[in-house]
Write a protein that binds this ligand. Structure first.
Ligand code: MG
Length: 370
């Protein structure tokens, strides 16, 4: 080992959230993977994973694009770090990072490494924006925000110094590396992050929601089909009694097609034409709602989940409103959503354009996946 080594702590229990926060995907990637990516993109040339019996199998199966090793973590964070440091023979710099801080940016990692190269340490910490008060028996003292920081990770150090700090320090009393570094007689340099949320640790359900929102992705879809005689009118998987229907290779369900494209866009999985080419006889008169189910299956296969869809049907006639609830229910069930997560609206073009003249029906949609 040499150069810059990232120590990724994946050994912490996650009892507070009721599920394994390190192993449950957030928008398709676990906290361990996201933290690993940030360390590597920030400059770590090798990774030491400190695992627990719970996380070992997952980490063993992980693709790490740089040299890596897996070591057994300890009962406490400090013991895990000590084991990890003990497993490294040579390194210039080590960046010690909690996997639960998976929203850290590669830029923050890089800054901490550059600081450690220049000054011996680069300890990432957050500025404090809330007013913090200290409660006494009968007093309330407002603390000076300028003198307060919130300790975060990565905490990056020259390897020889932090190794010395861990070899000589009292591990029973510390919760972070910086405290041991100071106890060993070194002066820390801090890398301050802006805002409260950027480098938040996944601890509570609220943090989890923040992470989901942080990685939510959106896609838009749009489609038009010609209105002709002698075809059924299917919108959102619901047959609507009308004297005309939409022309197309499949059932020409323009609403479902727009939603499919929005979902594929959000999930980065291409578009409807690529997935279900209209030159393929298999999709002749296909029920589009079944194609939607297939798309959702593929999205879930990619460890993503549809979270919300909003769509607008653009047509002069027939009236959509009486059928909107049925479409909502049908589409929601195809996407494994509650009906309230699917919004179906309709508008006319006041007699203008091809939709207004009754030549076609169009639909647009936006979808989010997490
Ligand atoms: Mg279409």
């Amino acid at each position: 080992m040499s150069g810059v080594v990232g120590i990724l702590l994946c050994a912490g229990g996650s009892t507070r959230m009721g599920f394994d926060k390190l192993l449950t995907p957030i928008a398709g990637k676990t906290a361990i993977e996201r933290s690993m990516d940030a360390l590597i993109r920030g400059g770590a040339e090798e990774i030491v994973f400190a695992v627990s019996p719970d996380t070992r199998a997952f980490v063993e199966g992980l693709f790490c694009p740089v040299p890596s090793k897996i070591i057994e973590g300890g009962i406490t964070r400090a013991q895990s770090v000590k084991h990890a440091l003990g497993s490294i023979e040579h390194a210039d710099i080590v960046a010690i990072h909690d996997a639960a801080r998976c929203m850290v940016s590669p830029e923050t990692v890089r800054e901490s490494i550059l600081s450690a190269e220049a000054f011996g340490s680069g300890v990432v910490a957050g500025k404090v924006t809330d007013t913090i008060v200290q409660l006494g028996e009968t007093t309330v003292t407002t603390l000076d925000r300028e003198k307060l920081i919130r300790m975060q990770t990565p905490q990056t150090f020259r390897f020889d110094r932090i190794k010395h700090a861990y070899d000589t320090g009292d591990l029973s009393a510390v919760t972070d590396d910086c405290a041991l570094y100071i106890a060993a007689g070194y002066e820390p340099r801090f890398v301050l992050t802006e805002g409260e949320a950027a480098n938040q640790k996944l601890t509570t359900g609220a943090d989890w929601q923040l992470a989901l929102a942080n990685y939510a992705r959106f896609g838009t879809g749009y489609d038009t089909h010609r209105l002709v005689e002698g075809r059924k009118l299917i919108l959102g998987g619901v047959e609507i009694p009308f004297e005309k229907g939409l022309l197309g290779h499949s059932d020409a369900d323009v609403l479902t097609h727009a939603i499919i494209d929005a979902l594929l866009g959000a999930a980065g999985l291409g578009d409807i034409g690529r997935l279900f080419p209209d030159t393929d006889a298999a999709y002749q008169n296909a029920e589009s709602i079944l194609l939607l189910e297939e798309v959702v299956r593929r999205i879930e296969e990619n460890r993503l989940r549809v979270s919300h869809v909003d769509a607008t049907i653009i047509c002069e006639r027939p009236k959509i409103k009486p059928y909107a609830a049925a479409m909502q229910a049908r589409l929601a069930s195809a996407m494994h959503l509650l009906p309230e997560a699917v919004s179906i609206k309709a508008t006319t073009t006041e007699g203008m354009n091809d939709e207004g003249m009754g030549l076609c029906i169009s639909a647009s949609a936006i979808a989010s996946v997490v």
